[in-house]
Design a protein. Structure first.
Length: 135
């Protein structure tokens, strides 16, 4: 059994900024103790074939990753977090209302199998109690 003061980590896998992903994040913030920390994970599909549109696709993916991190940073702030680690950028408000620690990680993958293994690797590295994801 977990002790009353123990902080647990949870991986929250998100695939976009609309649909189920924000609802899953909202469920987690409302259901899990504020002392628990979240590792928000987003998958970045990489292409093995390079062509004349590769650079444009990479730029679009980079922008999507930035949009995702900013979107979930906003949700973290709204839900009252203590610290947000976004791709090595640290945001740490000094207010007692901010209690939850959130971080954002990107998993590069070529197949769904690689994505699943990447999410599990992050969960293991952070000793996560759970992996929360949608359908």
């Amino acid at each position: 059994a977990h002790q009353e003061h123990e902080t647990r980590a949870h991986v929250v896998a998100v695939d976009n900024i609309c649909g189920y992903a924000p609802k899953i994040f909202e469920w987690a913030t409302k259901t899990l103790p504020k002392r628990d920390r979240f590792i928000i994970v987003h998958g970045n599909k990489t292409l093995s074939i390079r062509d004349n549109k590769s650079e444009e696709r990479e730029e679009n993916q980079k922008k999507q990753n930035e949009d995702m991190s900013h979107f979930y940073e906003g949700l973290c702030k709204k839900e009252g977090v203590r610290k947000i680690l976004l791709l090595t950028i640290i945001f740490a408000p000094h207010s007692p209302q901010f209690q939850r620690e959130c971080s954002f990680e990107v998993v590069n993958f070529k197949s769904n199998d690689e994505l699943g293994r990447g999410i599990c690797k992050i969960a293991a590295k952070n000793k996560a109690s759970s992996v929360i994801c949608g359908s």
